[in-house]
Design a protein around this ligand. Structure first.
Ligand SMILES: C[S@@+](CC[C@H](N)C(=O)[O-])C[C@H]1O[C@@H](n2cnc3c(N)ncnc32)[C@H](O)[C@@H]1O
Length: 417
């Protein structure tokens, strides 16, 4: 972890600012339980220690910044296309588009800061899980999708004309081909019925023999009820047992666990109990106050490795860290590129990208007629102005410019902002 970020830090700020300040490939595990896009506001019950805590779960154009959508268009064209498709499906109301765009810009950062062996868990429910799966496939790659975990619980209401909802989804991805999975630390106990059937020779024990079996993608863990000891009353607080299972599965002692929407810091407490290093982020001041209280008082900490005398080792910050790695200033510069298409002679796509190679590959398909070629690229801090200049100077439609390639190159080289 970079020196400017201490282990056991809770940041109180918009997580995008914090994520942008974290060095590339420094985190082992990211778990997030963001708003689910339920189109309502969640509020903590009166009388609980979380009273006064609330968070908004409605996303509109007002929550988006123009520059985020622009950045996605330039660097993640597949994500941009997906977002546009969602917008087209929705028509006038664009709640889902706004939610997904808000999340996309943050998820791109989550992927960047993960180590190549790192794992990623996105906690959601059927409201948006189908869209989120597509979004994560675009960002992490379809092949990096590992599990759709069903968290099954018993609490919740009883709808008159529907089946009652008893599960959330947790979508699990790896960043690279190699990743941690400690199945032995999370083996499941077989039911007595199954053990009896194995003992009588009516069923064969597969993989792990005896009392335990390989963990499945259905987690049967009780949700926090009104009487639960760990309950602080924070809206949508998740059980420690759920987070402990995830952390055990996808990290080792000493690894760095990050929760960018940490609420009352369940992930941080679970990570502490399992001797992992951790960082939590939440935008809500109430969450931040509650975390101080929870982390200082909760019995879970005393049961864990952190002794009371060490509580001063927990840091609270409202200031975003600064990246100290080589790519820290990469954001200030991008390429303006010229690419050609075999079928459109005399027309060139002039656009912007941080990574032209990956941009180019997003245009290529198995269709040989789409064999785009990178003709020229120029790194500049005035990339937007330069792109505009080229499009204004020549006959152009959308990203395509009609001119001699050398003319375009000359115009790019001689451009002065
Ligand atoms: C579903 S709750 C998380 C609950 C948490 N898993 C727990 O067990 O307490 C979502 C949290 O995301 C926070 N949040 C929403 N937008 C945020 C943002 N842009 N940056 C940081 N936190 C944000 C909210 O304040 C809320 O606490």
């Amino acid at each position: 972890m970079q020196e400017t970020i201490k282990n056991r830090t809770i940041f109180c700020k918009d997580n995008l600012d914090i994520l942008e300040g974290i060095n590339t490939e420094t985190i082992d595990l990211v778990y997030l339980d963001p708003p689910f896009n339920k189109k309502k506001v969640f509020t903590a019950p009166i009388g609980t220690s979380a009273e006064g805590a609330s968070f908004k779960d409605i996303f509109t154009e007002a929550d988006l910044k123009e520059e985020w959508v622009q950045e996605i268009r330039e660097d993640w064209p597949n994500v941009y296309e997906l977002l546009n498709a969602v917008k087209n499906i929705e028509g006038r109301s664009s709640y889902n588009f706004c939610y997904l765009a808000y999340m996309a810009i943050r998820l791109i950062q989550c992927r960047r800061i993960l180590k190549n062996t790192g794992s990623f868990y996105y906690h959601c429910d059927p409201t948006m899980s189908h869209y989120i799966k597509l979004l994560l496939d675009c960002i992490f790659g379809e092949k990096k999708f590992k599990n759709e975990i069903v968290w099954h619980y018993e609490t919740g209401g009883i709808p008159i004309k529907d089946f009652s909802r008893k599960h959330d989804y947790i979508l699990r991805y790896s960043k690279g081909k190699e990743y941690i999975f400690n199945s032995k630390d999370i083996l499941e106990e077989r039911s007595e019925e199954v053990l009896r059937r194995i003992a009588t020779g009516n069923e064969t024990a597969t993989r792990s023999k005896g009392q335990y079996r390989h963990p499945s993608d259905v987690f049967k863990i009780p949700a926090i009820n009104a009487m639960a000891r760990e309950r602080v009353g924070y809206p949508t607080q998740k059980p420690l047992a759920l987070l402990e299972r995830i952390i055990k599965a996808s990290s080792n002692e000493g690894d760095v666990v990050l929760d960018p929407f940490c609420g009352c810091a369940t992930t941080c407490v679970a990570a502490e109990r399992l001797s992992r290093r951790w960082i939590g982020i939440d935008i809500s001041v109430k969450a931040y106050e509650l975390v101080q209280e929870r982390i200082s008082n909760m019995y879970e900490i005393r049961q864990g490795k952190l002794e009371e005398g060490e509580l001063s080792k927990i840091y609270f910050s409202t200031t975003a860290p600064t990246r100290t790695d080589d790519g820290a200033n990469a954001k200030d510069q991008k390429y303006v590129y010229i690419i050609s298409h075999p079928q459109y002679e005399g027309e060139y796509k002039v656009g912007i990208a941080s990574d032209v190679k990956s941009r180019l590959s997003s245009y290529q398909t198995s269709d040989p007629n789409r064999d785009y070629k990178l003709e020229y690229k120029q790194l500049t801090e005035h990339y937007r102005a330069l792109e505009r200049h080229i499009h204004n100077q020549f006959d152009s439609r959308q990203e395509w410019v009609r001119a001699e390639m050398q003319e375009i190159i000359n115009a790019m080289k001689s451009y002065r902002p």
